[in-house]
Design a protein around this ligand. Sequence first.
Ligand SMILES: NC(=O)c1ccc[n+]([C@@H]2O[C@H](COP(=O)([O-])OP(=O)(O)OC[C@H]3O[C@@H](n4cnc5c(N)ncnc54)[C@H](O)[C@@H]3O)[C@@H](O)[C@H]2O)c1
Ligand SMILES: [Zn+2]
Length: 363
Amino acid sequence: MTRVHVDLGDRSYDVGIGDGSLSSVGSVLKSLGARGRVAVVSDSNVAPLYGGVVTECVAAAGLAPRLFTVPAGEQSKSIERLKGLWDAFVAFDMDRSSSVVALGGGVVGDLAGFAAATYMRGIRYVQAPTTMLACVDSSVGGKTAVDLESGKNLVGAFHQPAAVIIDPTVLRTLPKRELRAGLAEVIKTGVIMDDTFFARLESEMDALLALAGPPTLDAIRRCVELKAAVAAEDERESSGRRAILNYGHTVGHALETLGGYGELIHGEAVAVGMVAASRVAEKLHMASAEVTMRQEALLQRAGLPTTLRSVRPADVLAVMRHDKKARGGTLTMVLPTRIGEVRVVNDVPPETVKAVLEDLLVG
Ligand SMILES: NC(=O)c1ccc[n+]([C@@H]2O[C@H](COP(=O)([O-])OP(=O)(O)OC[C@H]3O[C@@H](n4cnc5c(N)ncnc54)[C@H](O)[C@@H]3O)[C@@H](O)[C@H]2O)c1
Ligand SMILES: [Zn+2]
């Protein structure tokens, strides 16, 4: 198993990445000092596929597992499901020495992570991510949350996992659309921090889509290393360093909120958002046209959208202005200067963004 250390003082932990590593969740928990009960939280798609492997290895390690399943989908990131878990933890007699395993995508990771952050003022939890997005992004860094009707992720906590265990073989059952969406975050990582990695993605995209072993493991490892570095530098999003991870997300979130565009899923919206941000950077003479062209080409090869359909640029802009990342007359966006480097720009003129969105509109 490959290990990446997330250096956060007394909250440090290891991310283990390896084929078949899911069956080591039990021994990892044991080595972390876990005792007694272990709530394995999963969703209705993932639990039938991998719930057994995890509960069996937890039991084999001498711990007492129980599987808790929530319905698959973002709707489960709710206060109601959170309360359901708290009550279930009490009914399962969990105490401060008990642990939680988040077995699933970002939805389960955020929900189970927040349940662990709050139950008895915070208990140990382990992330076992099963989507590409969760492997390369949400499982590392300790952000947990649920949604309110008024918006996503409005209630949450920073609560670092005690370990993250990534088994890339579980991605074989992931719907291809979800895999592609996760690859948007992988491509994002290259654009914001590592041009060599981006170039490797250009030569290995087909292998990644086919989930070929070594390139997949390598890509996940690099994303985890880079995310871990950013999270270690700016654990609680206070210095602004962590903001670079929002590349493509300002326009992306607006597109998700508007929803119209054939129900874009997160990674797809981020793909369009990256192209938009890169074109804004071009217009502001921060980046060359080649920077955008390479991203567009790679996103398209990953099967991701790079144009806008059936939304009004004015609506996108209106949502961006209401977003917490856009205050005042100008917009704040993460913009590339080249492949491998981005800058947070606080005074992006809305007209520039609007012009770019109009250019991106097809049909
Ligand atoms: N905490 C963070 O830092 C952070 C970062 C990015 C995103 N997020 C959150 O992550 C969530 C999105 O996560 P996601 O994209 O992983 O979505 P998801 O958890 O909804 O998973 C996507 C779909 O794939 C299914 N699935 C998962 N793993 C599978 C597998 N191995 N085989 C078959 N089916 C599988 C799920 O049941 C679901 O239907 C959002 O709520 C977002 O806010 C959090
Ligand atoms: Zn994202």
